[in-house]
Design a protein around this ligand. Structure first.
Ligand code: UN1
Length: 418
């Protein structure tokens, strides 16, 4: 057994006023800001993320630290009128308890920050199991919390493979599992949590699409597609892996994308993992337009390459004849994380924003680039309803307690005494 939760730490952390807890988060934010370059270098060294993107990822953790620190003095509940005289009615947030955070390698600091920081400011204690591919990043991020003076036992780092994750999920003291990873593993976490009566919050994959309508600003669309499909070598859960383009501009867009994709270099190992799926697609009639940052056309919406997440620098081009068809193509995949539409027409933009079935919609921007102050997460197989970031994260990492205070000095019966 590698992990023994500190119940004393849990009690005293829970009893620490939230504004005091938040002071640790402000310090975490300051240390992250001061060490931004060093941490980015560790990310680059361990997982190969380009320096500017690694710095952006640390910035996302800084943003989350300050945002959630602010929640130390908010965490609003509701105070509402009672239906009875001389009776007070209100609700407050309480911690869930011990949170197991299980995270992937591709955002080894930002995504853990989405879990750890809200969990802590709400009074939970956390045990964190990072991906085995990002343990140096995890050690460096955990050190930031120690340097901020976080009391011993409030955040524990445990390392190891999936068996350690499974042990944490099943650990009797863990009340909430916050998991980012593959759909298969997420399903296993969900099944175990259902059996054990635990809350689990899942962030699984994506098969995100950029829709380009015939009235779009093509140059802008090309920039957005190239960045969101091939940035991070396509290894974001928000990466664009489908371009859904109106037939009137398919040729022009494809040509421009090919020109730009040819100039890029990508993570070869990630591409290699995608090769079998690319070959299958070619057998099924797809045409490979570029090697390296890989674009394929002659792809239909139902082909496996247009349905399953590859998590690499591969993007397919699907032709459609209308906005309605584009929306149907966008929505008919197992995942629903991030969708984007390029159009200059405000009616089509708002129609798409309403009809696209995904947790995040971008208008005239690619599928990546979420900010910490709004919810992050998706529908269907992408998640299970809970969200990270924004005010929504407060719901994920807390329980509501409703408190009634009757100061009438007599028996008052709700619903009956009227
Ligand atoms: C992820 O890929 O797991 O919107 C997170 C984005 C980033 C977060 C990605 N802010 O692409």
């Amino acid at each position: 057994m590698q992990f023994r939760p500190h119940s004393a730490a849990q009690h005293s952390w829970r009893a620490t006023p939230a504004p005091r807890r938040a002071e640790f988060l402000y310090r975490v934010g300051e240390i992250l800001r001061d060490k931004k370059r060093d941490l980015a270098a560790i990310i680059t060294g361990e997982i190969g993320k380009p320096a500017t993107e690694a710095a952006g990822e640390v910035q996302e953790a800084i943003d989350m630290a300050y945002y959630m620190a602010g929640e130390g003095r908010r965490q609003f509940g509701h105070t509402v009128p009672s239906e009875l005289p001389d009776k007070w009615a209100m609700s407050v947030r309480e911690p869930v308890g011990l949170v197991a955070a299980i995270t992937a390698w591709n955002f080894p600091i930002a995504v853990p920050s989405w879990k750890i920081l809200p969990a802590l400011v709400l009074g939970n204690t956390v045990v964190w199991k990072p991906s085995e591919r990002a343990e140096r990043c995890a050690a460096a991020f955990a050190q930031v919390f120690r340097d901020a003076g976080l009391p011993i036992g409030v955040l524990e780092l445990v390392t190891g493979d999936g068996r350690v994750g499974e042990m944490l999920v099943r650990h009797p003291d863990v009340r909430l599992v916050s998991f980012t990873g593959s759909r298969e593993n997420g399903r296993r976490v969900a099944v175990a949590c259902a059996e054990l009566g635990k809350r689990c919050a899942l962030e699984l994959g994506g098969k995100n699409a950029v829709i380009v309508l015939d009235d779009a600003d093509l140059e802008l669309a090309v920039d957005g597609i190239i960045w969101s499909a091939f940035g991070t070598s396509g290894q974001r859960c928000t990466s664009c892996s489908r371009v859904v383009v109106h037939k009137a501009i398919r040729q022009a867009l494809t040509q421009a994308l090919v020109e730009r994709a040819k100039e890029l270099s990508v993570d070869e190992a990630a591409l290699k993992r995608c090769e079998p799926a690319i070959l299958d697609a070619i057998k099924a009639g797809a045409r490979r337009l570029t090697t390296g940052a890989t674009l394929l056309d002659n792809v239909t919406a139902q082909m496996p390459i247009a349905q399953e997440e590859l998590f690499g620098p591969v993007c397919v081009i699907i032709e459609v004849g209308s906005l309605e068809e584009a929306i149907t193509v966008n929505n008919n995949v197992p995942y629903g994380l991030s969708s984007s539409i390029y159009t200059q027409d405000v009616s089509r933009a708002f129609t798409a924003a309403r009809e696209l079935s995904s947790g995040i919609v971008y208008v005239n921007a690619g599928t990546t680039g979420s900010e910490v102050q709004l919810p992050f997460g998706g529908v269907r197989s992408t998640g299970n309803g809970w969200r990270e970031a924004g005010q929504a994260a407060l719901d994920t990492f807390s329980e509501w307690k409703t408190i009634y205070v009757d100061y009438s000095g007599r028996l008052q019966r709700a619903q009956i005494d009227r």
